[in-house]
Design a protein around this ligand. Structure first.
Ligand code: NAP
Length: 540
């Protein structure tokens, strides 16, 4: 028995941690089903990752209307996304619109950081403590803390000594950063870094992009949504929702229809051109059927993209440095760009390969590389996140017998359907590790609905304690860890970017149809993968 958690505050049914895309949906659904709910959010506003990532040109690379909520036709009809891929300010406005429209804000406490969550076995409830010293009691805790919420700073010597300004993309300040006439260093060129480069290239005195590993960047192909398209979107809500609710990747993209081997080289090049001009992720989801299983066609696509880079970047030496050498397309999460390669043609932008001249240390005035010191006014760390488990492992979650979640997951996460883990009753984490492989909110909404269905089932049969059967968890986790993956083990999807972190699958490579099948099966089988009990039984 943990016994450490003293239950003192008013008891709510569901305490949600995080008011991002998953937390908002969990709040909406829980309230809709008659549960009392409270949400604790560290930020001063809603949006989660989209609240913190307010760096210049932060924007969706999932089509805007496929990322938003699908639970209300009225919402779909009232909100108009201005662009195919909306920018952060519009995304933040959307989340605010949603919480106000459905009067959700009254259940959200802002500026509150959770420091611990402990399960109390005699009562079957959780006590959640915050940095401000408050104590909240709940029957169920839903940690909707997201997968990209703990920024990662590499352990570069001297970072604290820098006298200029420093920012991480994942903790961008609300007051806009003034780049005018500044000497700026940008470290990291994943999806975040490559969005910033063209956004500030014209403002700065100089922008030095410090790149370790180039990625295969292809055009986002963004654009405004015309009034006619807006009308079509509204008219087709039911069809679109149905497609998004069943689509394997959570997108509306046309599915692949041909094997690369069915086409001649000329036809393949014409098809790649079509892919290059297609929006966002369709380069992956609509490409040849064998695109990710046949290295030959993937290599051919990479050669095609390399030629595009050579055509876009004037300086041949810079172009070569921007072409990935050690992975194929989608070996790492592909970024999508607007004007990124072209930015290197501007006199203000300089590319530095950290493979050739690694960082030695940060000094008071700049960054020392192996070939000398470069002075800067601003350093931008676009160096990524402790993906998947980062936030959950820092929440101070204590389950049965005081079991620490971070200890339980020391060798990587162990979950059932990416929703629950053994030893932590009445604790759920939709939208977390083992959750998605595609358009995140679509997978997360399957999981949010599953959480609500389990809670309703427990309520109907008067159970107090819900926990996953360790055998079911082992089965799912083994399947996840044993499934082939699109992404390389060296990518952050396996935690490889964080020194000392277990290298384990953090996505759900089994795919959405499998997740949905298992969720439906559980409902039919009255949650046979869960152990449901009443408090007296649980205590016994
Ligand atoms: P990321 O993809 O993990 O990229 C981090 C970058 O920092 C990499 O280029 C990495 O280089 C570099 N880096 C890390 N440690 C370094 C070190 N010690 N020295 C030099 N460079 C170092 O992070 P991100 O760009 O923030 O993107 C994370 C995820 O957020 C994306 O994959 C995506 O899922 C999401 N995102 C989405 C959008 C969108 O359009 N919707 C926008 C931004 C982000 P190495 O590769 O060599 O390690």
């Amino acid at each position: 028995m943990s016994g450490s958690a003293k239950a003192t505050g008013a008891l709510v049914d569901v305490l949600v941690i995080g008011a991002g895309v998953t937390g908002i949906q969990q709040l909406y659904r829980a309230r809709e089903e008659g549960f009392s709910v409270k949400v604790l959010e560290a930020g001063t506003g809603v949006g989660g990752t989209w609240y913190w990532n307010r760096y210049p040109e932060a924007r969706f690379d999932s089509e805007s209307y496929t990322y938003g909520f699908l639970f209300s036709k009225e919402l779909w009809e009232e909100w108009e996304w201005s662009e195919l891929f909306a920018g952060q300010p519009e995304i933040e406005r959307y989340f605010n619109f949603v919480v106000d429209k459905f009067d959700l804000r009254r259940d959200i406490e802002f500026g509150v950081t959770v420091t611990s969550a402990s399960f109390d076995e005699p009562t079957g409830t959780w006590t959640v403590r915050t940095g401000g010293g408050a104590e909240h009691r709940a029957r169920y805790v839903v940690a909707a803390t997201g997968v990209l919420s703990v920024p990662y700073y590499p352990a570069v010597e001297g970072r604290e000594n820098f006298r200029g300004e420093q920012y991480h993309t994942g903790r961008w300040p609300k007051t806009p950063v003034d780049f005018t006439g500044k000497r700026v260093a940008l470290i990291g060129t994943g999806s975040s870094g490559v969005q910033i480069v063209p956004a500030i290239a014209d403002d700065v005195a100089s922008l030095t992009v410090l790149q370790r590993t180039p990625d295969w960047c292809t055009p986002l192909n963004n654009g405004p949504i015309s009034p006619q398209e807006q009308a079509e979107l509204k008219a087709e809500f039911e069809t679109i929702r149905e497609t998004l609710n069943t689509s394997p990747s959570g997108f509306l993209h046309e599915l692949p229809s041909r094997f690369s081997t069915e086409d001649s080289k000329e036809q393949r090049l014409a098809f790649f051109e079509k892919m290059w001009n297609s929006p966002g992720f369709s380069k992956l989801t609509t490409n040849y059927i064998d695109f990710t299983t046949n290295p030959e066609v993937n290599k051919e696509f990479c050669e095609f993209v390399a030629d595009k880079i050579r055509g876009l970047v004037t300086d041949p030496a810079t172009a070569e440095k921007l072409i990935p050498k050690n992975h194929l397309y989608a070996g790492r999460r592909p970024p999508f760009v607007t004007g990124y390669y072209e930015a290197y043609n501007k006199p203000t932008v300089q590319h530095v390969s950290l493979e050739q001249t690694p960082i030695v240390r940060v000094t008071e005035t700049g960054i020392e590389l192996t070939d000398g010191l470069r002075e800067f006014d601003i350093i931008i760390w676009a160096t990524g996140y402790d993906f998947g488990t980062g936030a959950l492992n820092r929440l101070g979650v204590r389950g049965r017998d005081g079991l620490a979640l971070e200890a339980s997951w020391a060798d990587g996460p162990s979950t059932y359907l990416g929703i629950v883990t053994a030893g932590f009753p009445n604790f759920f984490f939709p939208g977390g590790p083992h959750g998605a492989l595609g358009n995140n909110p679509r997978y997360a909404s399957d999981q949010v609905d599953c959480v609500i269905d389990v809670l309703e089932h427990a309520r109907e049969y008067d159970y107090d304690v819900i926990e996953v059967d360790p055998a079911a968890e082992k089965d799912w986790t083994d399947t996840v860890n044993g499934s082939g993956s699109l992404f390389l083990e060296s990518s952050y999807f396996f935690g490889s970017n964080i020194p000392g972190k277990a290298v384990k699958q953090l996505l759900n490579p089994t795919g959405r149809p499998n997740l949905q099948r298992l969720i439906a099966e559980q409902a039919e089988q009255k949650y046979s993968a869960f152990i449901l009990s009443k408090v007296e039984e649980a205590a016994a």
